[in-house]
Every structure is written in structure tokens, then in C-alpha cells.
Design a protein around this ligand. Sequence first.
Ligand SMILES: O=P(O)(O)OC[C@H]1O[C@H](O[C@H]2O[C@H](CO)[C@@H](O)[C@H](O)[C@H]2O)[C@H](O)[C@@H](O)[C@@H]1O
Ligand code: UDP
Length: 477
Amino acid sequence: MGRLIVVSNRVPVPDRNGNPPAGGLAVAVHAALQSDGGIWMGWSGETTEGEPGPPTVRQEGNISYVLSDLSQTDVDEYYNGFANRVLWPIFHLRLDLAEYARREMAGYFRVNRLFAERLVPMIQPDDVIWVHDYHLIPLADELRKRGVTNRIGFFLHIPWPPADIMFAMPIYDTILRSLASYDLIGFQTDYDLENFIGCLRREGCGDQIRGPDGGDIAVGNNTGAGSWIRACGRDFAAAAFPIGIDTARFASLAARVTARGQVRDMRRSLEGRALIIGVDRLDYSKGIAQRIDAYERFLQNNPDDRERVTMLQVAPKSRSDVPEYRAMQDAIATQCGQVNGRHGTINWVPIRYVNRSLSRAILAGLYREARVGLVTPLRDGMNLVAKEFVAAQDPEDPGVLVLSRFAGAARELAGGAVFCNPYDTDQTASAIAQALSMPLAERQERWQRMMGRLLDYDITHWCRDFMTALRQGTDRA
Ligand SMILES: O=P(O)(O)OC[C@H]1O[C@H](O[C@H]2O[C@H](CO)[C@@H](O)[C@H](O)[C@H]2O)[C@H](O)[C@@H](O)[C@@H]1O
Ligand SMILES: O=c1ccn([C@@H]2O[C@H](COP(=O)(O)OP(=O)(O)O)[C@@H](O)[C@H]2O)c(=O)[nH]1
């Protein structure tokens, strides 16, 4: 079997001992690379004043990590600009926040060309290439232009928007058509897949077809969503592969850390109050402001519960060079202060706000302490925090997940989570009240339903499913 080549904007480089970072995706993809050997290529995270030098290569076992520095102009135009000020807001249905500029679009394609040029000399005939996320949509097209005929797969970690939103983006057609250069496109949910096919149809450039020999593509995730597509003169496959977490390992981490250090101190500091937790990058898609409004409404509607609950919002800074993100940092801090000022007493602070990143181990323990997990994005590709919260619970006394219906995770966690509409403040406030008063038997039943799914379809399963579907064409050839 040929090697696997993974390309992503960020590369989870192993530590000094060769261990990948603890995140589930890094561990699972690292394992897939290790088994047949391979390359993981992407941005080093470093910026240079002038033109960047050649990539650095670090060998770990049979995996080569190939890291390219980018110039400040590249980072401004490709990452902060087109990826995070055009594609990100539009794919998250925020046309109002999209700032389109031709210069930034040119930078986006320039960096994709740079990655393609650097990758081509490394590719061997049997290699299979797996490209990740919206930063690198045109990469397959650039590789094809350079004569690469290998199987190339793409996984989109964020949602795919409906046609009317997509078509508002200048050069939407270039983005849409460039996806036809892949052999397999993976989405988080069947809704994203439907939206993508809807865009092809409305544009009149593609549609679903019967597969070769009438066959289906291999999708083992029980969503039943997979399709063959003919578009822009090529046939390719597209399917939903909802990303999972390292469920069993995360559950055991949570059970281990709960009695220790910072988590134990945190429990003591609650003085018996029920903990409501939110954990998100500081991103407008996560609905943090709306969540704080809903929590305040809950306090107003349930005066008896005041001083019996504490909300902890963990929100590390993210993409701080993008103006919309910088503005949010001040807005959320102000909002928390106002709620605390209005409702706090000399003995009680309603919201604790932590504006920095916590380790996975601490988070696992905090999730387990919490009576309610508040995951209320306005739009989210998947939302791994929702899955981690469930995995971390004590089976004997599980907390309740309040989950936005607009998170990708809602497709799999229906029947277990209490759903909310984050745009509806009263309804989200009621969902918080429902979660806090839920009887033990119902909490256990809901938790078991969700945990069963998360154990069956974990990150290793996700990785294997995608790779099986991607290699399927190789076998047929
Ligand atoms: O790399 P950053 O700009 O700092 O952003 C962090 C990541 O954010 C996005 O995550 C998405 O992928 C998750 C895993 O599939 C998914 O659960 C979540 O809903 C998505 O928002 C982004 O897509 C990644 O590329 C970033 O690395
Ligand atoms: O302080 C923090 C906040 C978040 N996370 C992790 O960051 C990831 C966030 O993934 P998610 O899919 O929820 O959202 P994204 O940030 O990728 O859009 C999860 O694994 C969290 O455990 C973390 O390690 N420390």
C-alpha cells in the first residue's frame, strides 16, 4: 500500500520524545501515517519578514513533518484574510462579517500554489493525499495542474453553506469548481453534503450519479450519507464523515484527574453550587454572547436558583489579528462584568471568565465536575467540546449537555442532549433550567445513548472510514 500524505494549515508536530500532541485528531492521523509511512505537511506557524526559505523536514519514525514558514504578507492575506475573513464567516452564515478583498484572494491562491510546488517533488506514484480544511480548497487543482494523478481526498471541518449564501461570495464558482479535482470530499454532516450538492445543481455544473458498477462508496459511520458526483468533467465521491474524539481515553483521563490539584480546588471553591460550563475559542460562531444573555435570563426567571449555580466560561483568544475577533475579546469581557455587576453579591460571582487556554487534562476534570455543559454555537462544523463533555461524565451521576441544534454534533447526539436554539434567549434559558432539574434516571438514560454513539464512532473509526473510502478508488484502479 502507498504512503499517506496529509496536508493541513496547522501541523501537530510531536514533542521531543516523538509523541504527537494529545488532541484526538493528531493521535488518530499520526497512527494512520505511522502504519504505512507518510508525510504531514503544512504551515510551521512561523512568519518571516521577507520571502520564506525552503521547508524544514523533521523525521519521526517513518513520518516526515514538512513545515513551511510563511511571509507576513502571506499570513495576512491567506490565513487572516481570505481564509478567516471571507471563507470562515461565509461558511458560518455570517455574510455581514465577510470582508472580501482581491489582494487577499490572490494571497490565498499564492500560498496554495506554494504548498503544491513544495509537495510535488515528494509525491510517489502510489501515495494517497489527504487535504484538510478551508485553507487549502484549491490545493488539489494546483497539484493536478502539475501532473499529479494520485488519489486526493479533502475533509472540510467547517459547515458547507446553502447555495444562496455561497453564491454571495465573489469567486464562489472558482472555489466550488476547484473541489472537483478531489477524488473524495468529506463533510461533517449529511446537511453539509446536501448543501454542497445543492450548490452544484443550482450552478448547473454537477449532480449526483450512480457509482461505478452501481456501487456505493464505503462509509461506515451509520449516517448513510454518501454519493457519487459528476461535476466539471470529473467523477468523484462525497460523503458525511462526522469527526469523533478519542472517547475511551478522554473518559479515563477525566476519571483520573477529577480528584487532583486544580480540579479539586475548583470543586471546593464552588461551595456546593452546581457548575455550568462553557468552553470555546473566542469566536463569534460559538454564540458566547447569546449564551451569557441566556444565562442571565435564566437567573432572572429563576430567582431561587441564584447563588445555587456558577457559570464558568473558558474562552482562549483566537485569531487575534482579525479585527472581528479582537472586537469580541473586549465585548465578552465587558458583558461578563456587567452580568456579575447586576446579579453578583458579596458572596457570589455568577460568571467566572477565563480568557486563556486550559490543558486537556484540566478541561476533562472540569467537564466531569459540571452539572451542565453549555454548547450553544450559532453554527459549528462539529464541536468537539460537546463530545468531550459527554465522554468526561461520571456514568453514575452524569451532567446534562445543552446543545445548539446548529452544531454538527447535534446530528449524532439527538435523543441525549437537551437541544436549544441559541437565537432564542428564553428557550435557551429554559433548557438550562431543564438540565439543572433533570432527575438522575433521565440523565443516565440520555448519557448512555450519547456515550454509546461516541464509543462506537470514535476518532480512529473516523480516520479509518475516510481512508477506506479514499483508497477504494485505488483498489478499483
Ligand atoms: O487553527 P485556528 O485558526 O486557531 O482554529 C482552530 C481550528 O478551528 C476550526 O475547527 C473546526 O474543526 C473541528 C474539528 O473537526 C470542528 O469540531 C469545529 O466545529 C470546526 O470549527 C478549523 O476548522 C480548524 O482548521 C482550526 O485548526
Ligand atoms: O482552553 C482550551 C479550550 C479548548 N481546547 C480544545 O480545543 C478543541 C476545540 O474544538 P472544537 O471542535 O470544539 O472547536 P474549534 O475550536 O475547533 O472550532 C477541543 O478539543 C477542546 O478541548 C483546549 O484544549 N483548551
